[in-house]
Design a protein around this ligand. Structure first.
Ligand SMILES: C[S@@+](CC[C@H](N)C(=O)[O-])C[C@H]1O[C@@H](n2cnc3c(N)ncnc32)[C@H](O)[C@@H]1O
Length: 463
């Protein structure tokens, strides 16, 4: 469900109902449906929308908002049909065109979405949501010049609208080539926050831009400011530490990981594979297969921090049983769709390993222990979760040169020194340790140095 869709629909509905006849039974039912809808009581809302439609077939608001609700519940085809029916009754309804555009946008039909936003603007040239949404679909269709034109029109029309400045900042960040463009993007994000102090996307984008340009003090200022407004938000808390403004936690806290990866689940594969040249799963599985003596198809394997399941297809044919665990329910749902796993669990990794002694022959973990600074607890857990003779295989980001220990970097992930990794593995009891250097992803177009680590639990019982 798109947040904008929800916000748009709820905001408009209230205003509309002040203008109509509050005494009519069907309108009272629609109003109650909308209140339930806004309160997140979707079952009640759906029942009431249907009741309103039984009372008056074709009631346009019931059709329109039932359509919005169907989309929220994953029934987007039905949503499109219902909103189109509403538009046949009230063809000049800009909000309904806009919401229909949102359904198309979120189901990947960008050309259709663009047409709907343009219809909304034909009904109301000042429809700010439709203008902003049009910018987004033009960008997504790789039409930067058209997007810039609409975004400029939106700023001219609504100079106090935070989203307008945010979208301009995103445009400059994406297409700007000069340092001046980055400065302008920063200024746009700051304007967005001045207009709307709770514009979290702008706060996030501003922090990232500043630390990317090595302006850590300013980034710290942004995260402190954000934390002041939202003291319980795990993102500014984690990023403040990542930029050096607070002590680093032993590992990224659960709320931060869930927040980041639940929000990232839909675009993770495309972002990592297409934009970040990510190939940690392949490198890790290749390294593991190089040391395994067991015939393929005989192993019980845990994909630890499985995410969307990119390791699944690579390891499946070697596993008799393949389990996956991850803190993010959103990522686990994506992994489930791949169909490679025998079981998938939403759980914190260290606790899950500790709770399952001597269960797997392999614990495989691609790009997940980068969210752990202190590796002792999680690797002790992996040791106890392995059967004697089992292998742990994982990737890390590498800390430079002769450095010791681990550090939280401004990306929000940890880097580890080779010596520290060896020392922890040794202290836990692992042997046959190999640590190879490899770049497994890019950041800002540059390869990120990493480690591919393999280690074995002694084959002796109790070893
Ligand atoms: C960068 S993704 C990698 C996913 C997958 N292994 C891959 O290579 O595509 C990191 C994953 O680690 C998970 N994660 C981070 N900390 C975790 C923890 N403490 N317990 C369980 N999962 C965790 C995140 O939710 C996320 O899905």
């Amino acid at each position: 469900m798109g947040a904008r869709l929800k916000r748009t629909s709820s905001g408009r509905v209230r205003r509309q109902y002040r203008a109509t006849d509050p005494g009519s039974g069907v309108l009272i039912t629609v109003r109650r449906a909308i209140e339930a809808h806004q309160g997140g009581e979707l079952d009640t809302a759906e029942t009431l929308y249907h009741r309103a439609l039984q009372m008056k077939a074709g009631q346009p608001d019931a059709l329109h908002f039932l359509g919005v609700l169907c989309h929220q519940r994953g029934r987007s085809e039905e949503a499109i049909r219902l909103i189109r029916m509403a538009l046949r009754v009230t063809p000049q309804h800009a909000d309904a065109h806009n919401n229909l555009g949102n359904v198309h946008k979120e189901t990947g039909n960008l050309a259709e979405a663009e047409a709907c936003y343009r219809s909304a603007l034909a009904c109301n040239a000042h429809h700010q949501d439709a203008l902003g949404n049009l910018v987004v679909v033009l960008e997504a269709q790789q039409r930067p010049e058209d997007a810039l034109q609409v975004c400029s029109a939106l700023i001219a029309q609504a100079p106090q609208l935070g989203r307008a400045h945010y979208l301009m900042g995103v445009h400059l960040r994406r297409y700007g080539c000069e340092i001046e463009d980055m400065e302008r993007a920063i200024a746009c994000f700051r304007s967005a926050i001045r207009c709307d102090s709770m514009n979290v996307s702008a706060l996030d984008a501003l922090g990232v831009m500043l630390y990317t340009l090595d302006r850590y003090d300013e980034a710290i200022g942004v995260y402190r400011d954000w934390l002041g407004r939202e003291p319980n938000n795990p993102v500014p808390r984690h990023m403040l530490a990542a930029c050096g403004g607070a002590a680093a936690p032993l590992r990224a806290d659960d709320a931060y990981v869930r927040h980041v990866f639940d929000g990232f689940a839909d675009s993770f594969d495309e972002q990592l594979l297409k934009n970040l040249d990510y190939h940690a799963p392949q490198i890790l599985v290749d390294a593991l297969l190089g040391v395994l003596a067991v015939p393929t198809g005989m192993l019980d394997v845990l994909d630890a921090g499985c995410g969307t399941g990119l390791c699944g297809p690579l390891i499946r044919s070697h596993a008799q049983r393949l389990d996956g665990v991850d803190l993010s329910g959103g990522m686990i749902e994506k992994a489930r769709l791949r169909g490679n796993y025998d079981a998938l669990m939403v759980a914190e990794l260290t606790a899950y390993l500790q709770d399952n002694p001597a269960t797997w022959d392999v614990v495989l973990s691609a790009d997940t222990l980068v969210y752990f600074g202190d590796l002792l607890a999680v690797l002790s857990g992996a040791y106890s979760a392995l059967r004697p003779g089992g292998w742990v295989a994982f990737t890390l980001e590498a800390m430079d040169g002769e450095a010791v220990g681990a550090e939280l970097s401004s990306s929000g992930r940890y880097r580890h020194a080779r010596h520290y990794v060896e020392q922890v593995l040794g202290s836990v009891g692992f042997g046959e340790v190999t640590i190879a250097e490899a770049a497994m992803r890019k950041e800002m177009g540059r390869p990120v140095a990493g480690w591919v680590v393999l280690a074995r639990r002694s084959a002796r019982q109790g070893g």
